[in-house]
Design a protein around this ligand. Structure first.
Ligand SMILES: Cc1cc2nc3c(=O)[nH]c(=O)nc-3n(C[C@H](O)[C@H](O)[C@H](O)COP(=O)(O)OP(=O)(O)OC[C@H]3O[C@@H](n4cnc5c(N)ncnc54)[C@H](O)[C@@H]3O)c2cc1C
Length: 420
C-alpha cells in the first residue's frame, strides 16, 4: 500500500521534498498550492521595478511534474486540518493523507496597524510585485500630469519600510532607475521632485548580515541619493503621509512594506503547536508538536532543537531547502524501518545586491564585496531557477538591462475582474 503524502505549499521547502520523494514506490505525493506555479521570492523586487518579467521567476507545477508517476498537483487553498480523520479541507475540496506536510511559508506582518495594512504595498507574491509595478507607474503618470509641486513630490516620493535585504535591494534598484530612466521617460518631473526613503527600526541596514556588509549598504545607497532613516519606525500611514516614530512625516503616495513576516495561518492544529510569529512548533525531525503524522518545514515552522540555533532558524531559502531534503530522506528511512536523522542547518552564507556592480557576500569563511560579489550574486540567483528556458530568459533580460540601463518593462497591465 502506497502512503499518501500531502504537501501543502510548493515553495522551496515543499518542492524539494516532492522532488526527493519522486519515483519512490512507497509514496503517492500530492502538492497542494493556491497558485498553479512555483516562484522565486528573492527576485520579486526585480518584477516590482519592471526589471524582469514575472514569468522569468515562475514555473507551472503541472509542467514540472510531467512524467512523474507518483506526484500530482492539486490547486487549492488550505482551509482547515482535521488530525482526527487525517483529512484537510481546501477551498476546492477535501483530501485524505497518511502524512501531511505544511510548507506554506509566511505573509506580510503589519503589526496590527490597519492603516498600513490598507494603504501600504506588500511584496510577498507575484501578484503583489506586479501590483507595485503598476502602482508606481500610475503614480508617475499622475505626477507628470500634476501642476502643483507638492503633488509632484508626494506622487514621486517612495518610502520603503524595512532595511533588510529586500528593502535594500529595492531601494538600490529604484534609485538607479530614478537616475537612468525617470529623467528620460518623465521629462515633466524634475529629478529633485521625488526621493527614495529607506526606514528601519534598527541601528543598521541589513540587520542579519556582517558589520562590513551593513557599512557597504549604507555607503552605496547614500551615494545613490537614498535617504536612510535608522532607529526609526513607520508608525502610521494616513492620507499619503508616512508618520515616523521620530514625529517627522514624509509626504508619499507610495509606501512599500518590506518589514516583517508572520507564518501563514493553519486552523485545526493543537493550540500548543502554534508559537510566536504564528510559527508551528516542530521537533528535530520537523514533526508538529502534539501530532504523529503531521510535519512542517521552511519558513512556517519553528525548530529549536538545532544546538547552533536555539531560538530557531532564520527564515531563509537554504533552511527551507535543507529541511525539505531531510524530511524526504527521513520519510523514506521511516518506511524502510531505519532510524531517522535530526535536522542541522548548514549555513552557506548570505548576500545582498545593493546596486549595479555592487553586492556584499557574507560567507562562513569571510566577507567580500564589489564587482566580483555582484557576479556571484547573479550566478547564485540564476542557478536555482526552475527550467533552463527561465534561466536563459533571465540571463538575457539582465544582460540587456544592465548594458542599456533601460529595461523596457514599464507596462501597466491592469487586471480585470474575472470569473473563477
Ligand atoms: C521579497 C523576498 C525576498 C527574499 N530574498 C531572500 C534571499 O535573498 N535569500 C534567502 O535565502 N531568502 C530570501 N527570502 C526568503 C525566502 O524566500 C523564504 O525563506 C523561502 O521562500 C521559504 O520557503 P518556504 O518553502 O518555507 O515558503 P515559500 O517559498 O513562501 O512557499 C510557500 C508556498 O505555499 C503556498 N501557499 C501559501 N499559502 C497557502 C495556502 N493557504 N494554501 C495552499 N498553498 C499556500 C504559496 O503559494 C507558496 O508556493 C525572500 C523572501 C521574500 C518575500
Amino acid at each position: 500500500m502506497k502512503k499518501n503524502v500531502i504537501i501543502v505549499g510548493g515553495g522551496f521547502a515543499g518542492l524539494e521534498l516532492a522532488k526527493k520523494l519522486s519515483s519512490n514506490q512507497h509514496f503517492r505525493v500530492t502538492v497542494v498550492d493556491r497558485n498553479n506555479y512555483h516562484f522565486f521570492p528573492p527576485l520579486l523586487y526585480q518584477v516590482s521595478t519592471g526589471f524582469i518579467e514575472p514569468s522569468n521567476i515562475s514555473y507551472p507545477f503541472r509542467k514540472m511534474f510531467q512524467g512523474q508517476q507518483n506526484i500530482r498537483f492539486y490547486m487549492g487553498e488550505l482551509v482547515n486540518v482535521d488530525p482526527e480523520t487525517n483529512t484537510i479541507e481546501t477551498s476546492n475540496g477535501r483530501l485524505s493523507y497518511d502524512y501531511l506536510v505544511l510548507a506554506m511559508g509566511t505573509e506580510s506582518n503589519f503589526f496590527g496597524n490597519d492603516n498600513v495594512k490598507k494603504n501600504a504595498l506588500p511584496m510577498k507574491t507575484i501578484e503583489e510585485a506586479v501590483n507595485i509595478r503598476n502602482y508606481i507607474l500610475l503614480r508617475l503618470e499622475e505626477a507628470a500630469r500634476s501642476t502643483a509641486s507638492t503633488d509632484k513630490e508626494r506622487l514621486s516620493n517612495i518610502v520603503i519600510a524595512g532595511g533588510g535585504p529586500t528593502g535594500v535591494e529595492m531601494a538600490g534598484m529604484l534609485a538607479e532607475m530614478a537616475r537612468h530612466i525617470s529623467s528620460k521617460d518623465y521629462p515633466e518631473i524634475t529629478s529633485s521632485a521625488g526621493h527614495i526613503y529607506l526606514v528601519d527600526s534598527s541601528p543598521s541596514l541589513l540587520g542579519p548580515m556582517s558589520k562590513k556588509a551593513q557599512a557597504v549598504a549604507y555607503k552605496v545607497l547614500s551615494g545613490l541619493g537614498v535617504k536612510i532613516k535608522l532607529n526609526t519606525l513607520v508608525k502610521d500611514y494616513v492620507n499619503d503621509e508616512v508618520i515616523l516614530s521620530t514625529g517627522n512625516k514624509i509626504s508619499s503616495a507610495t509606501l512599500i512594506w518590506a518589514s516583517g513576516v508572520i507564518a501563514r495561518e493553519v486552523k485545526g492544529l493543537p493550540v500548543e503547536a502554534i508559537t510566536r510569529g504564528r510559527r508551528i512548533v516542530v521537533d528535530e525531525i520537523n514533526r508538529v508538536k502534539g501530532c504523529n503524522n503531521i510535519f512542517s518545514i521552511g519558513d512556517q515552522c519553528l525548530q529549536t532543537s538545532d544546538k547552533n540555533y536555539p531560538n530557531g532558524h532564520p527564515q531563509l531559502a537554504q533552511v527551507a531547502i535543507q529541511q525539505g531534503l531531510l524530511l524526504g530522506d527521513n520519510l523514506k528511512r521511516q518506511e524502510a524501518g531505519k532510524p531517522v536523522k535530526a535536522f542541522r542547518y548548514h549555513n552557506k552564507g548570505s548576500m545582498a545586491i545593493i546596486a549595479k556592480y555592487k553586492a556584499t557576500v557574507d560567507l562562513p569563511a569571510g566577507f567580500f564585496k564589489g564587482f566580483f560579489a555582484w557576479l556571484v550574486w547573479l550566478f547564485i540567483h540564476i542557478i536555482p531557477l526552475v527550467g533552463f528556458r527561465n534561466k536563459m530568459k533571465l540571463f538575457l533580460n539582465w544582460l540587456w538591462s544592465f548594458l542599456t540601463n533601460d529595461p523596457a518593462l514599464r507596462l501597466i497591465f491592469k487586471p480585470v475582474k474575472q470569473k473563477n
